[in-house]
Design a binder for this molecule. Structure first.
Ligand SMILES: [Zn+2]
Length: 156
C-alpha cells in the first residue's frame, strides 16, 4: 500500500495526460484492498462533455466489474475533490473511502464562471453525510496544492 500522497501523484499524472488529450486536467483511480491500482481514468470531456468526470468514469467501471462488498474495501483517489455527481457515483458503486488532493473551494477560485466547469458548491462530505452508508474521506492535502494546481493555472 502506497501513501495517499503517492496515489495522489499518480492522479496528477493522469490529469496532465487528460489535458494533453484535449480534456480537463483531472485524474482518478481506484485502489484495491491490497493497494493495487484497479482502475484509472482521466477526465473525458472531449468525448463525454460535462459528464466525463474522472471519478465517475472510475466509479462506473468499478461498479461494472466488482460487487459493492468488495468495493467497500477500496478507495477512490482523485486529484480534486469529487463533485456531487462523482460523490454520488462513488456512493452508489459502494466505494468505501475517498481521498482527494485539492478542495472544490480551491478549484473554483481558478475556474470561476468558465462555462466548461461551472462547479456546484457542495462538498463531497456534505453529499456523503446525506447518504445512508458511511464513507471515509481524507483530504484536502494542502502540501500537494501547488503540484495539483500546476495543470490548472493557465488552463481555465
Ligand atoms: Zn465530478
Amino acid at each position: 500500500m502506497r501513501s495517499d500522497a503517492e496515489y495522489l501523484r499518480l492522479t496528477m499524472k493522469l490529469a496532465a495526460e487528460s489535458r494533453a488529450s484535449g480534456s480537463h486536467p483531472f485524474g482518478a483511480l481506484l485502489v484495491g484492498p491490497e493497494g493495487d491500482v484497479l482502475f484509472s481514468s482521466g477526465n473525458t470531456y472531449a468525448r463525454d462533455r460535462g459528464v466525463g468526470h474522472a471519478e465517475s468514469n472510475v466509479a462506473r467501471a468499478a461498479a461494472l466489474r466488482y460487487e459493492p462488498a468488495f468495493l467497500a474495501g477500496c478507495m477512490l483517489v482523485t486529484s480534486v475533490e469529487p463533485c456531487c455527481m462523482c460523490s454520488g457515483a462513488s456512493y452508489w458503486a459502494g466505494i468505501g473511502t475517498v481521498v482527494f488532493g485539492l478542495s472544490e473551494k480551491q478549484l473554483v477560485k481558478l475556474t470561476g464562471d468558465n462555462p466548461r466547469n461551472l462547479t456546484i458548491d457542495l462538498s463531497c462530505r456534505q453529499v456523503f453525510a446525506a447518504g445512508r452508508r458511511q464513507i471515509e474521506v481524507r483530504g484536502p492535502f494542502p502540501e500537494l496544492e501547488d503540484e495539483i494546481l500546476k495543470d490548472h493555472k493557465d488552463f481555465w
